[in-house]
Structures are given as structure tokens and as C-alpha cells.
Design a protein around this ligand. Structure first.
Ligand code: COA
Length: 143
């Protein structure tokens, strides 16, 4: 039996991608399931920086940033295709964001996560600041 070849994963900063490829990835995360093609297209248009990971033309990893390029940057939607998890792709995406040349001046990167373990390994800490969220979904339920 010939050895199975590992796929070559290509990372690229890319916002002009087919939103359908991103929606396919979104289906794999509980917090992004149900996001629509229309909204994903609109979101990509207004996102400052997006880092993508590709196996050929299959989008298998994604992460994005909203920023003022000086003081603050927030990281959103870090997601890796289930079939490709545990190979360092998620870490690579976050590192590419933290080391991005246009984000060199940023004092503080901020994110909101239900997976603190993953980000702690990358040097993020929840001790210094408290994040708070206002959720439209929760408020609609209360009304
Ligand atoms: C979280 C996620 C992006 C990690 O991607 P990945 O490519 O599998 O992560 P990596 O292979 O780079 O893992 C890096 C390290 O984090 C750990 N890790 C990965 N997922 C983790 C999790 N959910 N909780 C705790 N630790 C995790 C790995 O064990 C690994 O540790 P090691 O370096 O000691 O081996 C991926 O699991 C995912 O897409 N999950 C669903 C979407 C999601 O929850 N995204 C989080 C954004 S809020």
C-alpha cells in the first residue's frame, strides 16, 4: 500500500472568496450554523482582514479581524473544518493574525469564545479584563 499523501494546506489573506465556501464551514460551528449566503457576503465586504486556509480550492479554515489598526483589534469566526482539526491549522490562522504586518501597532487583541483552552495555548488570557456581550437573540426572547 502506498503511503497516504498529506494534503498541502495553503494559507492566504483573502476577503474576495466565494461566500458559499464560508457558509459550508459555518455549518460546522453551533454559533454560526444557519448564517446565510447574503449575510456572509455582506460581512466579508465589511471585514478588515480575513485569513483563510485551503486544501486545493476547498476552504478548510477561516478567521477574521475588525480593527482600527492602532489601538484595538477583535478576532472573530475562527473555524477549522472538522476533517482538518488537530493539525495546527487553527493556531496558524490566529498566529497569522497576531503577526500581521498591518496589525503591528495593535495594543490589544480581543475575542469572545466558548473555547478558552484553544486560545490560552496561544497566549490569550481571561484574567486581565472581563468581556461582556449584549445578545440580540436573548433580548428578543425576553420581550
Ligand atoms: C477551535 C478550533 C478553531 C481549533 O482549530 P484546530 O486547527 O483544530 O486547532 P490546532 O490544531 O491549532 O490546536 C492547537 C491546540 O489547541 C488545542 N485545542 C484545539 N481545539 C481545542 C478546544 N476546543 N478546546 C481546547 N483546546 C483545543 C489542541 O489540542 C492543540 O493543543 P496542542 O498544541 O497542545 O496539541 C477548531 O476546533 C474549530 O473550528 N472548532 C469549531 C469552531 C470554534 O469553536 N471556534 C472557536 C472560535 S470562538
Amino acid at each position: 500500500m502506498p503511503p497516504t499523501l498529506k494534503p498541502v494546506i495553503i494559507f492566504a489573506e483573502k476577503k474576495d472568496l466565494d461566500p458559499a465556501k464560508l457558509v459550508r464551514l459555518y455549518q460546522q460551528a453551533p454559533w454560526a450554523k444557519g448564517r446565510t449566503l447574503h449575510d456572509a457576503r455582506e460581512m466579508l465586504r465589511h471585514t478588515d482582514i480575513a485569513v483563510t486556509a485551503w486544501d486545493s480550492d476547498l476552504l478548510i479554515g477561516f478567521g477574521r479581524v475588525l480593527t482600527d489598526y492602532v489601538y484595538r483589534a477583535t478576532i472573530w469566526d475562527v473555524i477549522v473544518d472538522k476533517a482538518y482539526q488537530g493539525q495546527g491549522i487553527g493556531s496558524n490562522i490566529v498566529q497569522r493574525i497576531l503577526n500581521h504586518p498591518r496589525l503591528k501597532k495593535i495594543e490589544l487583541f480581543w475575542l469572545c469564545t466558548s473555547r478558552p483552552g484553544f486560545y490560552e495555548k496561544l497566549g490569550f488570557s481571561s484574567k486581565e479584563q472581563t468581556g461582556m456581550v449584549w445578545s440580540r437573540t436573548n433580548h428578543s426572547r425576553l420581550e
